[in-house]
Design a protein around this ligand. Structure first.
Ligand code: ATP
Length: 375
């Protein structure tokens, strides 16, 4: 078990023409499960590869359990990495694949290695596959073996690079739970890279969002969802995505009017109004999540036309003409027809506002409490 600290970690390629990882700093607690998420090319894999020792940083440091390992060879770091493509040796049996890493990284005797492999295979429910070769296994079985091979080494830190991307949706869900269970039981610090925000949100104690090599925000999934630091984070986490509307901001401390040329009008009051007017920003983007847009029977609220009703079983997604791709996620019993005029409202507590120029949230609050690792 170990803490992991990245301090201003930077990786440039092509003589500095590509900055894959741009001065990322991150503290991972002992036993914590941190998911690193972001769009393709944002630097997730490069960060993880530096942690594993497969890539050297251009600058910055990596500490594992307080020890600076920035220049320590991959083989001498007590980390185990699980890859998307399994990376099993094709000519070795499952047993040999699992034992090989142990032989390289420990001085256990042959008998001890065999015992550890057997125990881990039992834990992973792959005992009956021990004499098979990788090409005889399904994708799911290969990934279990790859996980088993990582676990058998009893590393200080688990690194996962999109380990479930090659599996079908159902198996992916099963394996997510399994990885979480194992990580929890073993209490091993884990850093898990994925481009899938849902996976990141459901698996992580904490989620770290990267864009263009820059760390945008870290926090408990719920906190990041409710309190995004900038427009990128607001739009990246959550499905369907947060709705955005361009608005002009006007007013003094007590009341702030948000309006636009399409007839949108909304008034902020109280603390939020004060916070926004203090920034002096006059052009903003309002963000509201689809599930926080409520259809009302009353005369109040915003008038909107239903463009399309998209049923998804439990809910209906109402596409409204309030803005581009503006969706209200409502109960499946709320069933207007296409072309209907409806009224919608939303609670001020669910509204976020971003500076139109910088994208930074005007309502972001420093979280008071950081979620501790449970292990
Ligand atoms: P994906 O989800 O697509 O794997 P990622 O977030 O893991 O993306 P990285 O693979 O870390 O992103 O790549 C970050 C950036 O660095 C990209 O622009 C990529 O093209 C570039 N890059 C990565 N490795 C190299 C390399 N060896 N040489 C040059 N550029 C590289």
């Amino acid at each position: 078990m170990a803490t992991v600290t990245l301090d201003n970690l930077r990786k440039e390629f092509d003589n500095g023409r590509i900055v894959a990882v741009d001065d990322v700093s991150l503290d991972v607690e002992d036993g914590e499960f941190v998911t690193v998420v972001g769009p393709s090319g944002c630097g997730k894999s490069t960060t993880l590869r530096m942690l594993a020792g497969l890539e050297s940083p251009t600058s910055g440091t990596i500490e594992i359990d307080g020890e600076d390992v920035t220049d320590v060879h991959a083989r001498r770091r007590d980390v185990a990495m699980v890859f998307q493509n399994y990376a099993l040796y094709p000519h070795k049996t499952v047993r040999q694949n699992m034992a090989f890493g142990l032989r390289m990284s420990t001085d256990l005797s042959k008998d001890e290695r065999e015992e550890r492999v057997r125990e881990t295979a039992e834990m992973m429910d792959i005992e009956e596959l021990l004499d098979d070769r990788p090409d005889e296994l399904s994708g799911g079985q290969k990934q279990r073996v790859a996980l088993g091979r990582a676990i058998v080494r009893e590393p200080d830190v688990f690194l996962f690079d999109e380990p479930l991307s090659n599996l079908d949706a159902k198996l992916r869900t099963t394996m997510r739970t399994e990885i979480q269970r194992l990580q929890n039981e073993l209490g091993i610090t884990a850093i898990y890279v994925t481009h899938d925000q849902e996976e990141a949100m459901t698996m992580g104690d904490r989620i770290a969002i990267l864009n263009d090599g820059v760390l945008q925000q870290t926090g408990a999934p719920k906190e990041v969802y409710r309190n995004p630091r900038n427009e990128f984070v607001g739009g990246f986490v959550g499905s369907p995505s947060m709705n955005f509307l361009d608005v002009a901001v006007a007013g003094d401390g007590g009341r702030v009017a948000l309006t636009n040329d399409d007839g949108f009008e909304y008034e902020l009051t109280g603390e939020a109004a004060r916070a926004v007017s203090e920034t002096g920003v006059t052009e903003a983007r309002l963000g509201i999540r689809p599930e926080n847009v409520t259809v009302t029977d009353g005369e109040d609220g915003l008038l909107a036309t239903v463009e399309v009703v998209e049923p998804v079983g439990s809910d209906n997604y109402l596409h409204l003409d309030l803005g581009p791709d503006f969706i209200a996620r409502v109960d499946s019993h709320v069933e207007p027809s296409n072309g209907d005029a409806i009224r919608v409202t939303f609670d001020q507590r669910d509204v976020t506002l971003f500076d139109a120029a910088s994208g930074e949230s005007l309502l972001w609050e420093e979280p008071t409490e950081r979620k501790k690792a449970t292990a």
